[in-house]
Design a protein around this ligand. Structure first.
Ligand SMILES: O=C(O)CCC(=O)C(=O)O
Ligand SMILES: [Fe+2]
Length: 313
């Protein structure tokens, strides 16, 4: 990590606010479930993300609901703390998880010309250092507090400019999960307007072409393909939906092709059944994302064993 930069006005309190237990553990768990069943490969290596537009685009808009009160509560906090005269808009909302090897060096969140509309940041920690992951401590370059130890429910709120240069240590083990929001004073960057337009397009399309509720649909396969070796050009790696199903103890079995599937990503977009040990679950799922969402939800409810187990294989 680079040495700390000298700051002119060290006596000034840095524009930041750290709150403990801002989210309940139920809220954290609910968002974790959404992320584990819907995330795509993120914008940087070893990072997964779940954006609200992705939820809409994959027929998963019911998952927007838990975000609504949390976004409002955060916006109000940010507006009050920074004494914003006019209402802020939310520029971006996303669940972001970092796996082993991910880190970020010193930066401010508005440090690119196309990010200048970002005025304030809120990072909510959804899981905990030491319990769910190792590494991943957050540091401010100047001012107090210097280091944040991510704990589920806590939130860090700060200005996105150079008053709050920060960095995150490399993740050593596990998966570190946050809900990250950026706020803007510029209503041209209002995420809600874009989401409403996306929602109305998909709903219009649904009501004309498919009146019944449709299960989650997969986006393009490369959004789920996680490569461990960056140099491998996708030769080594795995589909993250399939990997998460494995963590839940399931294998996937094609409704069309014979036998178990390994990681043939195109087949994962087709109807499939699930196998756990010698048990075959008789439900057909439209694709792996649908299966993952159903089973993650049941796992969250501790209910998997009551889910109509079909014939023994
Ligand atoms: O996850 C964090 O603690 C902060 C991440 C960060 O700095 C960023 O995404 O810009
Ligand atoms: Fe940042």
């Amino acid at each position: 990590m680079l040495p700390s930069r000298e700051m002119g006005a060290k006596s000034l309190k840095p524009p930041r606010l750290i709150l403990h237990n801002f989210l309940t553990s139920e809220e954290c768990k609910e968002l974790e479930f959404i992320h584990k069943s819907s995330s795509t490969v993120g914008y940087r290596p070893n990072v997964f993300s779940t954006t609200l537009s992705h939820l809409i685009a994959t027929n998963s808009s019911p998952f927007l609901i838990p975000f609504v009160p949390i976004r409002e509560k955060l916006k109000e906090k940010v507006e009050n703390f920074f004494g914003c005269e006019y209402e802020l808009c939310i520029e971006f909302t996303g669940l972001i998880s970092w796996c082993r090897g991910a880190c970020i060096g010193w930066h401010s969140d508005d440090n690119r010309p196309y990010l200048k509309q970002r005025h304030f940041t809120a990072v909510c920690y959804l899981n905990s250092y030491g319990k769910d992951f190792k590494g991943g401590l957050f540091h401010f370059q100047d001012g107090e507090p210097t280091t944040l130890v991510p704990m589920a429910g806590d939130v860090a709120i700060y200005t996105a400019d150079s008053c709050n240069i920060h960095a995150v240590d490399e993740i050593i083990e596990g998966e570190r999960l946050t809900l990250t929001l950026w706020f803007s004073r510029d209503s041209a960057h209002d995420e809600d307007a874009k989401l409403i337009s996306l929602l109305s397009k998909t709903m219009l399309h649904c009501s004309i072409n498919m009146p019944e509720v449709k299960p989650p649909m997969l986006a393009s396969i490369n959004m789920y393909w996680f490569s461990l070796d960056l140099a491998s050009h996708q030769q080594l790696g795995f589909d993250i939906c399939l990997a998460r199903m494995h963590v839940l103890g399931f294998d996937v079995c094609s409704c069309q092709a014979e036998g178990l599937l390994s990681d043939s990503t195109e087949i994962l977009m087709e109807p499939l059944q699930l196998v756990r040990g010698k048990e075959l679950f008789k439900q057909d799922f439209v694709n792996i994302l649908h299966a993952l969402q159903v089973f993650s939800l049941l796992q969250m409810l501790n209910n998997i064993d009551q889910y109509s187990v079909g014939s023994q294989m």
